[in-house]
Ligand binder design. Structure first.
Ligand SMILES: NC(=O)C1=CN([C@@H]2O[C@H](COP(=O)(O)OP(=O)(O)OC[C@H]3O[C@@H](n4cnc5c(N)ncnc54)[C@H](O)[C@@H]3O)[C@@H](O)[C@H]2O)C=CC1
Ligand SMILES: O=C(CO)COP(=O)(O)O
Length: 336
């Protein structure tokens, strides 16, 4: 198969490498000339240290060349730039496979942005615990591909899977997208706990209660299946992002809790921390849908209102006591 990949950051490049290793023809779009040159001439990327890229992998900075190359477009740019980049692509591709995780300022996930711009394009999303550097090192990884069109999802599953990358199928596009968006915000909260002192009990509780927030929001937003949140895109990605040393979202939380200014942390990071951009739109949606997201609220306060992180943890601990029930369908009667 032929794949046109938008975004030569860490994940777009690692995914391109995997596809070439699986025998596909791949063209990668980089925003910066130097990034494309390094891929084409040196077979290296500044985003994937120590990784040798396949000589067959080619990069371009020309979006029209990318459009002509294949009608199957992979999205791997930060979500806040997706709409603007897609609007520069012509003609509309036949199929999109999205790798990006977040909600943009128009309060939309990537499937909703694609649907708005290209209503006739078939959409699939790939998500799960998949730090780019580990995939580039060919370390065992399992993810899920979701599409409303299961035949398309099956074709992609076959094309992308290999001995170190195992792909499961799902029909629940919004459930998978919400999982990826919310886990980045919860990972910032987990980083805050790391920055305050690495409290293990607190972090496990945040991850678990964060999963509840993800599921509550996701079902109100239109996810099809509560079990999506118990899968690779949900709890799987939450575990890796909240705990791994590679997570940029976790890192932002840790630095801010240690007293750094958010603007300075972001300035010194070469890569994107999507949770920072998702938390505002996510909370606006949650308010519209009347869904409580206390952990995400505290992340917003810490990042954008300079709230003391220790006060945030205290406030979460002092919320009214209640049942642990998670999803409306499984709630006990309110009399209990
Ligand atoms: N890196 C990872 O391990 C994983 C990343 N993702 C998701 O993939 C998406 C892309 O992230 P990364 O590859 O990590 O990015 P990155 O942070 O490694 O690189 C930044 C990318 O964004 C592009 N970019 C920056 N400003 C832009 C603009 N104004 N217009 C267009 N493109 C611009 C850069 O050219 C580069 O391709 C994100 O949504 C992320 O959450 C998903 C799974 C794993
Ligand atoms: O989505 C990811 C791993 O699955 C990457 O997480 P970070 O963006 O926090 O590094």
């Amino acid at each position: 198969m032929k794949f046109s990949i938008l975004g030569a950051g860490s994940w777009g490049t690692a995914f391109a490498k995997l596809l070439v290793e699986n025998g596909h023809d791949v063209l990668l779009w980089a925003r910066r000339k130097e990034v494309a040159r390094k891929i084409n001439d040196d077979h290296k990327s500044e985003y994937l240290e120590g990784i040798e890229l396949p000589v067959e992998l080619r990069a371009t900075t020309d979006l029209q060349e990318l459009s002509r190359f294949s009608d199957l477009v992979v999205i791997a740019v930060p979500v806040k730039h997706v709409r603007k980049v897609l609007k520069r692509l012509w003609p509309a591709p036949r199929m999109v496979l999205n790798l990006s995780k977040g909600i943009d300022e128009s309060l939309k996930t990537v499937s909703q942005i694609v649907q708005e711009i290209w209503p006739d394009t078939t959409y699939a999303v790939l998500s799960g615990p998949c730090h780019a550097i580990e995939v580039a090192r060919k370390l065992p990884t399992a993810v899920v591909v979701a599409s409303r069109n299961l035949e398309v999802a099956k074709t992609l599953q076959k094309a992308v899977s290999n001995s170190y990358f195992r792909v499961y199928l799902s029909h629940d596009v919004l459930g998978v997208e919400v999982s990826g968006a919310v886990k980045n915000v919860i990972a910032i909260a987990a980083g805050v706990v790391d920055g305050l002192g690495g409290w293990h009990n607190a972090k496990a509780s945040l991850i678990t209660r964060g999963l509840h927030e993800m599921a509550r929001f996701g079902l109100a937003f239109g996810a099809e299946n509560p079990l999506t949140f118990m899968g690779l895109a949900g709890v799987g990605d939450l575990i890796v992002t909240c705990n791994s040393p590679y997570s940029r979202n976790r890192y932002v939380g840790e630095m801010v809790a240690k007293g750094a200014e958010l603007s300075q942390v972001l300035e010194h990071m070469k890569m994107v921390a999507e949770g920072v951009h998702t938390v505002g739109p996510l909370l606006r949606l949650a308010r519209d849908l009347d869904v409580e997201m206390p952990i995400c609220e505290q992340v917003y306060e810490i990042l954008f209102k300079k709230k003391n992180p220790a006060s945030s943890i205290k406030e979460l601990m002092e919320r009214p006591l209640k049942l642990e029930s998670c999803l409306t369908a499984f709630d006990l009667p309110s009399s209990l």
